[in-house]
Design a protein around this ligand. Structure first.
Ligand SMILES: [Zn+2]
Length: 502
């Protein structure tokens, strides 16, 4: 291999080490850091980010990239080396637009904001969080301005999670999705009596919930020699390397499936990170293809596996052993309960039919904040108005309204739409897996999740970030990401559960 490429790899390896160190600090902040560690932690994160940003946007790196470009010119365009140079070039061009001082300051501001957000949510105090969010919105508008001209200030933000995705495209997707979901929700509401979920509400020992979640994660193939699960206010996944992947969950004593489905969701992210080809470690390719592709994998495990009949055919008896109060309950009763459709306040607890309505609400509010047509001070009111319009309910307080998600505190404007694309992709990829290996479904029924994991490793995980999401979807399914397969899936599943006419 050429000398420039070797030097580039060495330099990117050091950047990856610094990035992983920063992830350790962030993970610790959200799991074990004592309350007063905050201000120093923010400074530590800001310092590291400044260093990483300076390194990853330096003129030297640009020169190395140019030379490496020459060296990979003769290689297959899909080779690890050619892809490494291409992805690094894309990120280099993006990050060069951002001043290093801004990047450091943004890391400091969002680290502090996350700590304040947790307190604000716990005490239901939007006013406490408001100045932090105002600062973040201002900085996010600055960020967009670094990429001017653009059709929408939201485009550059989307691009940082989903390269190439445009606001106009999303508006198109939502124009189809929203009326279809509202229609389906309307039909289901008229048949609401068909399903009850009282069996999963009550009093469920937290330790037992934790143990069952770990058992499910093991069966999914999550490798506890190369990862661990901890508790946090908002579940998340982070990776320090393919050999050290951290997931978190949170326990609700009164709701049996909350922690479990969240473990399965984060477990899906975790399997993706653990499944990346180790040869890509310490490089920009050592993660998922994009945020949407990542969410497609977490949502695939959570919904298409974790809320499916085949999965519970084998796991329900084990769940009954852990929770004797479920002994009189039938598998069918449980399956319907965990798929009950209700207009509710919290996105993370939402069923599959209302989930995207929650996401669209956030997307539109983010867009309005960035465009300046909505002020942060008016956000809780705007939130509640939209909830009323889309779901027919008004949150009892801001903790269950505009304060519920951590994304805005961490500055992640543009992230929510990735949950939409993720859901669409999850259905297309899962369909393809069953088409290529129909036995996967029977194996899941008998409790064997290995064949599905193997297929996903081979087709999705191992590639890391070598291919962009849309490219990977096409490679796997032969088609672009589409809305209709997702809507067909929802209509079939919930039409059957609620006895709707098709
Ligand atoms: Zn996720």
């Amino acid at each position: 291999m050429g000398q420039a490429l070797d030097l580039l790899k060495a330099s990117l390896g050091e950047d990856a080490d610094l990035g992983a160190a920063s992830e350790v600090l962030l993970w610790d902040q959200q799991t074990y850091m004592p309350p007063r560690g905050g201000p120093y932690r923010s400074a530590q994160l800001a310092g590291l980010e400044l260093l990483i940003h300076q390194r990853s946007t330096s003129d030297e790196l640009g020169t190395l990239l140019d030379a490496a470009d020459q060296e990979v010119a003769g290689l297959h365009p899909d080779s690890d080396e050619a892809r490494l140079v291409r992805v690094t070039r894309r990120e280099y061009s993006r990050r060069r637009r951002i001043p290093s001082a801004w990047a450091g300051e943004f890391a400091r501001v969002t680290s502090l904001a996350q700590q304040v957000w947790e307190r604000a949510r716990d005490t239901n105090d939007f006013a406490l969080f408001r100045p932090h969010l105002e600062r973040i919105v201002t900085m996010r508008r600055e960020y967009a301005s670094f990429f001017a001209p653009h059709a929408s200030p939201y485009d550059p933000l989307l691009d940082s999670y989903e390269p190439g995705l445009k606001t106009a495209k999303l508006l198109e997707v939502y124009a189809t999705l929203r009326p279809a979901l509202r229609d389906l929700l309307g039909e289901i509401t008229a048949h609401a009596g068909a399903v009850t979920d009282s069996c999963i509400q009550g009093d469920f020992d937290e330790r037992t919930q934790w143990d069952f979640g770990i058992e499910v994660l093991r069966r999914m193939g999550f490798d506890f020699e190369r990862g661990r699960q901890d508790l946090s206010a908002h579940p998340f996944t982070t990776s320090f390397s393919p050999s050290d992947v951290r997931i978190t969950t949170r326990l609700h004593r009164d709701l049996l499936t909350s922690a479990l489905l969240s473990s399965i969701h984060e477990g899906g992210h975790g399997l993706y990170e653990q499944g990346v080809d180790p040869g890509l470690a310490r490089s920009p390719l050592a993660s998922g293809a994009s945020t949407a592709m990542h969410e497609s994998q977490s949502r695939l495990w959570e919904n298409l596996v974790g809320r499916s009949r085949p999965f519970w055919r084998s796991f329900f008896p084990a769940l009954q052993t852990h929770f004797p109060q479920l002994h009189a309950l039938s598998l069918e009763g449980f399956y319907r309960a965990i798929n009950k459709v209700t207009a509710s306040c919290l996105r993370v607890e939402a069923d599959e039919v209302t989930y995207q309505l929650h996401v669209m609400l956030r997307f539109e509010l983010e867009l309005a904040l960035l465009e300046g047509s909505l002020q942060v001070k008016d956000l809780p009111g705007a939130w509640n108005e939209r909830m009323q319009q889309d779901l027919g309910i008004t949150p009892p307080n801001d903790a269950q309204g505009a304060l519920q998600d951590g994304h805005w505190a961490s500055g992640d404007f543009g992230y929510f739409p990735c949950y939409t694309l993720g859901d669409l992709i999850s259905v297309q990829i899962f369909d393809q897996a069953l088409k290529q290996e129909p036995q996967i479904s029977q194996e899941i029924e008998s409790g064997n999740l290995v064949p599905l994991l193997g297929w996903l490793r081979e087709n999705v995980y191992k590639h890391g970030a070598k291919f962009e999401a849309e490219e990977l979807v096409r490679r796997i399914t032969g088609l672009p990401t589409q809305v209709q397969p997702y809507l067909r899936y929802l209509r079939t599943k919930f039409g059957e559960i609620y006895g709707l006419l098709s």
